[in-house]
Write a protein that binds this ligand. Sequence first.
Ligand code: DGP
Length: 118
Amino acid sequence: MTEETIFAKIIRGEIPADIVYQDDRATAFRDISPQAPTHILIVPNNPIPTVNDVSEQDEADLGHLFVVAAELAKQEGIAEDGFRLIVNCNRDGGQIVFHLHMHLLGGRPLGRMVARPK
Ligand code: DGP
């Protein structure tokens, strides 16, 4: 069985978060450690640990994340200038919470897509 993360508790309203959107498929809330003026996490309500665990039956839930992202980008006023959507996977991807989620980042120029190694 998949181990539950803090995001499951946020989705159920058991711990506080700044929730900006919720429906039967997805929940979106502001990242606790924002990397840009807008930094929202869009999370499928049904937990999938990582992109490696995605299957065809998740297509509707995962496609819905983009619908929510587009709506939130409009609401945040960042749609026109642009934004970035990120899904991290495992260690090299920098994933720290193992409940698949999409980051919506914007509100400033975001620079290079991937940092150069130091
Ligand atoms: P990732 O590295 O892709 O797994 O991103 C996880 C993000 O989750 C990270 O940017 C910080 C955020 N985060 C972790 N714990 C919490 C929390 O309890 N509340 C909120 N709002 N965000 C959290």
